[in-house]
Design a protein around this ligand. Structure first.
Ligand SMILES: [Zn+2]
Length: 479
């Protein structure tokens, strides 16, 4: 989420040194109007960038917790006119005013440091941080986070600005805050922001790669990765995909009150039409609480071994292999080659134990592993091993074991993947390992209802998308 780009981490101006305090006081009065929140660039600057100050009355704090970070700055001219109008009628509310300073966290900052920089006494800062620790670990602060410090400005009854509390948005749906209760007593509170869920349909035709097609269709990459992973048990992403193949997907997004997608997923449904067959996957949560992808017959897509043990999204035929044809499995070749950019992660095709990790003659840097049911797999020509990859290590299916390279006897970056059954080479595409789980009985009935539901929702949404495209008179794609 991109917000408040105009706010920078800065050394806050010490309240005592503010020379233009009277001007500021007048602005405070103006801004006591509940409906108007104004962000006010201060006239002081330092080497780190502008200091930004927000003022408002206490009774608008709640509103600001949700809105202030996205509020656009108000033009100074507009404020001037407004100021003249309302300055008098707000005189009485002056004692309720608070002053806000927004601090953007920089690398190496601690909350304690930020509070001390803001002029708090050490005991006061410590009390505030301790209170916050009840609900949030301040070490989780990251560069770019924003901390909003609130002060009761100095006035008739106060000699200097009094620290009133702080708040920050620590997740897309969560604010935490600390409020002064008493002299040195602070209380922590949290607030959950409502996110709404929307379903989105995407579809496309593959021209160069699935990755390109999915990006063009507006499918966010975390969801594409979910789709590829779920299909990697059944599809050889190097050889099975062809220009003209089509995909469809239905997924969820969580959007904030500004309509911005802040969380992606999960993928609910995907269909890939390739080589005359259509593969469908459906996300389903069984009554015992397990979520997984199943095919239309209610079989888990998971199998003992993956057919594409690499990020299939970026594979495109011919990549980087001009002199070396992309070989399929044959008596001569006895493995599958996946041409992909150097550094592409390689995954363990199944749960197993590493039996070799390191150089192996013409294979270059290679990992071999043993799986249940007498299968072994081999991954060759890596640029490097994943850290901790040594003989005897247990690995999980999908775990990254190394990265694509061109070590050994190889003419371009690619993964050479072999599967052996009891010592004999087998074609990975012919490995018909049993599905991990097959739904039956009541579970299967529920699953079939869920399938009907998700397909009708996809059809309704995809229909809308198509109608929308027609309305906009989209250019016709040549075939
Ligand atoms: Zn090969």
């Amino acid at each position: 989420m991109n917000r408040n780009n105009y706010v920078y981490r800065s050394k806050l101006v010490q309240p005592k040194r503010i020379r233009w305090k009277p001007i500021f006081f007048a602005i405070l009065l103006v801004l006591a109007f509940p409906k108007l929140l104004m962000l006010f660039p201060s006239s002081s600057k330092d080497e780190n960038g502008p200091t930004l100050t927000v003022t408002q009355t206490l009774d608008t704090v709640k509103q600001i917790q949700i809105n202030s970070s996205r509020q656009a700055p108000v033009l100074v001219n507009e404020i001037d006119e407004y100021l003249l109008d309302v300055v008098e009628e707000n005189l009485e509310e002056d004692s309720d005013s608070v002053l806000e300073r927004i601090v953007r966290v920089a690398r190496g900052d601690t909350l304690m440091g930020i509070l001390l920089d803001a002029g708090l006494a050490r005991s006061e800062a410590h009390a505030a941080v301790s209170a916050l620790q009840e609900i949030y670990n301040p070490r989780a602060l990251r560069p770019g986070h924003e901390v909003v410090l609130t002060f009761r400005p100095a006035g008739e009854d106060l000699e200097e600005d009094l620290f009133a509390g702080l708040r920050m948005q620590v997740d897309v749906d969560r604010n935490v805050m600390v409020l002064r209760e008493d002299e040195e007593v602070f209380l922590a509170k949290e607030e959950h922001l409502e996110l709404s869920v929307q379903q989105v349909a995407a579809q496309g035709e593959i021209t160069s790669s699935l990755y390109a097609a999915a990006m063009q269709a507006g499918m966010p990459s975390p969801l594409l990765i979910q789709m590829i992973r779920a299909l990697s048990y059944d599809i050889d992403f190097q050889r099975d995909l062809h220009p003209g193949d089509r995909f469809e997907a239905l997924f969820e997004q969580q959007v904030d009150d500004q309509g911005q997608a802040v969380r992606e997923g999960p993928l609910l449904f995907a269909k890939l039409e390739t080589s005359g067959r259509a593969l469908r996957i459906y996300r389903f949560t069984t009554p015992d609480g397990e979520s997984d992808f199943f095919n239309e017959r209610g079989q888990s897509v998971r199998k003992t071994l993956m057919l594409t043990p690499i990020d299939g999204a970026r594979l495109s035929s011919g990549y980087g292999m001009r002199r070396h044809p992309i070989l399929g499995y044959s008596r001569m070749h006895r493995g599958l080659d996946f041409a992909a950019p150097s550094g592409t992660p390689i995954m363990a095709a199944g749960d197993g134990v590493v039996t070799h990790a390191g150089r192996k003659g013409n294979y270059g840097i290679t990992v071999e592993m043993r799986h249940p049911n007498d299968y072994t797999t081999l991954y060759a020509h890596m640029s490097r091993l994943a850290s901790g990859m040594t003989k005897g290590k247990r690995v999980k299916q999908g775990q990254v074991i190394g990265y694509v390279g061109t070590t050994g006897m190889s003419t371009g970056p690619h993964l050479h993947y072999e599967v052996h059954l009891r010592g004999q080479h087998v074609n990975p595409a012919a490995v018909n390992s049993p599905p991990g789980r097959t739904l039956a009985g009541k579970d299967l009935e529920l699953f079939k209802l869920a399938v009907l539901d998700v397909e009708s929702r996809y059809a309704a949404l995809a229909g809308k998308v198509l109608a929308g495209i027609d309305d906009q008179d989209a250019p016709v794609q040549p075939h």
